[in-house]
Write a protein that binds this ligand. Structure first.
Ligand code: ZN
Length: 368
């Protein structure tokens, strides 16, 4: 079995376990950094390895545009090309459905995207999205989905759910790489009835894991977590649950409490480049004058090289001057912080003390 739960917290839905892929075990709950074009911005693969990252997610569609499947095949596959020996998830391109600069049109048959590099129109069917991921050889492939914009009418969201489920069936039929796991994606916005039906259908089709997609685009954290917590009990324990596009510290801890096993987001590196720093006492805006003479580390308990070597004052100075090294340090720290946070979550689950851990973290994080 690809997924195994080794510890279950008795007071919350949090669980710890392992997702087994052809490139090793991924300890869950886990957070995956995002390498949209094959690189985490300002952070290299060696750093990810050192901070204990077991897997990241990259965008199969964009990689198929540039450098192209031929180059990656000549490099002997995605792992070798990206110089990463552990697990890799690939997103099919579904997220681009909500990007108006990218999506040209969408119908039940296919989505037409504009290749952002060449401007050429590309027709992406579920079969093509899976074919690309099969040939890239990622460890986990994602179905092509139709992600509705936040704030759409229920009828419009229902249509996206129905299209996503038809596409999920076509993805499952087209999938032909036995070394690769395939996850189905549930859409439905904040409508629990639509989401429940979607999950039921995905379980009937039969996937290795279930992803909850379509969040992190405008809804409140509370409503997203309320819906997610009602969905996780519907999914058998043999299937990991992946909450897509979520990556702020508090959301992760509360997501783990709701029974989520896998998260990903470009949030930690994106906000890091804008001077927002994760700490156990909340998110700091490092550009503020208050840090000019603050010679303490970004976070006292963080074991990353940035916190061990540099002060808030020095990093404030680099940030004010937009020095590339400063942006790199903050991106590194934020990713490292989340890896440590998930390690702490896993330890608390194993000790059956996750509820206390989550309460203490939440209290400390919201202190300021
Ligand atoms: Zn740090």
């Amino acid at each position: 079995m690809a997924f195994e739960i080794s510890s279950q917290d008795s007071k919350t839905k949090a669980r710890a376990g392992f997702l087994k892929t052809c490139h090793g075990k991924v300890a869950t709950p886990c957070f995956m950094p995002v390498e949209t074009k094959g690189a985490a911005k300002f952070v290299n693969q060696g750093e990810l390895q050192e901070m204990g990252v077991d897997c990241f997610i990259t965008n199969a569609l964009l990689l198929s545009f540039k450098p192209g499947l031929e180059t990656i095949a000549k490099a002997k596959g995605l792992h070798s090309f990206l110089s990463w020996k552990k697990s890799i998830f690939t997103d099919s391109g579904g997220f681009q459905v909500i990007d108006e600069n990218f999506l040209v049109s969408i119908s039940d048959k296919a989505a037409v995207f504009r290749d952002p590099f060449s401007g050429r129109k590309e027709r992406i069917t579920p079969e093509r999205a899976i074919g690309i991921q099969n040939s890239l050889g990622s460890d986990v492939a994602m179905c092509l989905d139709d992600q509705p914009h936040y704030g759409r009418s229920k009828a419009s969201i229902a249509q996206a759910v129905s299209r996503t489920l038809t596409w999920a069936e076509r993805c499952k039929t087209a999938h032909s790489n036995p070394k690769q796991l395939l996850f189905g994606i549930c859409q439905g916005g904040l409508h629990l009835d639509l989401r429940k039906k979607a999950i039921q259908r995905l379980l009937e089709i039969g996937f290795d894991g279930i992803a909850i997609g379509g969040f992190g685009i405008g809804e409140s954290m509370d409503s997203m977590l309320r819906v997610s917590a009602k969905l996780t009990p519907l999914i058998p324990g043999s299937k990991p649950v992946y909450l897509m596009g979520i990556g702020s510290p508090l959301e992760l801890v509360r997501g783990v409490a709701a029974g989520i096993d896998v998260f990903d987001s470009c949030f930690p590196t994106r906000v890091g480049r804008h001077g927002l720093v994760f700490t156990r006492e909340g998110i700091l805006r490092l550009e503020k004058q208050a840090f000019k003479h603050d010679f303490s580390p970004l976070d006292k308990e963080c074991s990353c090289f940035v916190c061990k070597s540099y002060s808030r004052a020095y990093l404030h100075h680099l940030l004010r001057l937009r020095e590339p090294s400063g942006l790199r340090y903050l991106s590194h720290h934020n990713l490292h912080f989340l890896q440590e946070l998930l390690q702490d979550c896993r330890a608390a689950i194993r000790e059956n003390s996750f509820r206390k851990f989550a309460r203490d973290f939440s209290k400390s994080f919201q202190k300021h």
